[in-house]
Design a protein around this ligand. Structure first.
Ligand SMILES: C[S@@+](CC[C@H](N)C(=O)[O-])C[C@H]1O[C@@H](n2cnc3c(N)ncnc32)[C@H](O)[C@@H]1O
Length: 397
């Protein structure tokens, strides 16, 4: 069936209409004429794939990854990098206009490194081969390298079969010093390859139990040291994170009382520390709170108080006049109870960092009753994927 692509959706898929029903076709660009095959039909939408390209857009570039579109890790490799930035900026504006009901001026910062930037890879293991599942399926796609992850991780990948994992999952993280931290989940017995010492492997964790070395390592961003445990969150692109940390630091006035919600290993509060009168942090993962306490010490910050638990339950226990609240929630955004408590605390400034513009826009729509959006910046944390990171600066009216 021959169709003309009209525009892109938020995931970078081409949109066309078949008998007035919206139809999503990945790896297409506006104005392209493509012969497609429908792969999924529901009452509301269709999904399809390209059989052949009849007319291609001048904006199309050849994807440099041989696994592109099969593995599902990238979504925009058929565009030039500048086009991916234009797409993300427009997406952010559209989402905020639709869900936050205002159209702000947005600046968008590209990633200093657009390939080999990820400090972490999560791979499926099937019959002792490693790869990804293709999008929305359990179709295993064997890969031998990923152009998004750092070189030292790619160099290590050929050793994965030596662990004899058979079936399961492996996560490999790396740090500033090309050290590797490996976490494996499987029901099978595994072996530890002799070659581990050749690859700066600092630790191996099997089903949440340490079996080799240590369960954490140190990473460094902007001269700040962060201990990271195998199961704690850390931003995946250190190159753009360094810029974000600098930008956030400029927003924290000296001697403020700062509350860092969803603080992970303490990253944002510590990175933006400015002779704070006090720094509080709340986080739900026990190892992350232990890391945060250690990180405050190794970065020589005394006046901190970290709390383990659900932000919604713990935030009420912070009995102080908070000047700045830093919020960096998971994709689902801030829950309603927490927002209502923030609106009682009424800090002078809120710094809201988000990796999901839709939940961000939903939350801004509530916060805007008391706060003005002073600045919003998009950051390309995830080059060649449709994902966006952004930071909003909100000032109490
Ligand atoms: C996007 S990460 C941000 C972490 C940190 N701010 C950083 O930049 O590295 C979100 C963090 O929220 C934590 N988290 C998720 N749900 C939570 C909850 N209900 N209460 C407290 N922390 C939560 C996660 O464990 C994760 O560390």
């Amino acid at each position: 069936m021959l169709v003309k692509i009209e525009k892109l959706d938020n995931q970078g898929r081409g949109i066309c209409y078949i008998n007035n029903k919206i139809t999503f076709i990945p790896n297409t660009l506006p104005e392209e004429l493509v012969d497609i095959k429908i792969t999924k039909e529901t009452s509301k939408y269709n999904e399809g794939i390209v059989v052949s390209y009849q007319e291609i857009s001048p904006k199309r570039v050849e994807a440099i990854c041989p696994f592109y579109q099969k593995c599902g890790g990238c979504h925009l490799m058929h565009m030039s990098y500048q086009e991916t930035i234009n797409f993300k900026k427009e997406k952010l504006v559209n989402i905020l206009t639709k869900y936050a009901k205002f159209t702000p001026n947005i600046s968008f910062v590209p990633s200093p490194k657009t390939l080999y930037y990820r400090n972490k890879i999560t791979l499926k293991i099937k019959n002792n081969e490693y790869g990804y599942y293709s999008p929305n399926s359990h179709n295993f796609i064997k890969i031998d390298k990923c152009l998004l992850v750092k070189e030292e991780i790619n160099t290590f990948l050929p050793n994965i079969p030596k662990f004899n994992i058979k079936n399961g999952e492996i996560i490999v993280r790396s740090n500033y010093n090309q050290e590797l931290l490996i976490s494996i989940t499987t029901n099978n017995k595994i072996t530890l390859p002799e070659e581990l010492s050749n690859y700066k492997v600092v630790g191996v964790i099997l089903n949440n139990k340490l079996i080799y070395g240590e369960n954490h390592f140190i990473d460094i961003i902007n001269h700040k040291l962060f201990e990271i445990s195998y199961n704690t969150f850390f931003q995946i692109n250190n190159y753009i994170t360094s810029i974000i940390f600098n930008d956030i630091k400029k927003e924290v006035p000296k001697h403020s009382k700062v509350l860092d919600l969803y603080c992970g290993v303490g990253t944002l509060g510590i990175a933006s520390y400015n002779e704070n009168e006090k720094l509080y942090g709340i986080e739900i993962i026990p190892n992350a709170i232990l890391n945060a306490i250690k990180n405050s010490k190794i970065n020589k910050i005394d006046n901190v108080s970290y709390h383990l638990g659900d932000v919604a339950k713990i935030i009420n226990k912070i009995n102080d006049n908070i000047d700045v609240v830093i919020i960096d929630p998971p994709r689902k955004g801030i829950d309603k109870k927490t927002i209502s408590i923030i609106l009682k605390i009424l800090p002078k400034k809120i710094i809201y960092m988000s990796c999901d513009p839709i939940t961000l826009a939903r939350d801004l729509n509530i916060l805007k009753n008391k706060y003005d959006l002073e600045k919003i910046t998009g950051y390309d944390m995830f080059p060649y994927t449709y994902h966006i990171e952004c930071v909003c600066i909100l000032k109490l009216r």
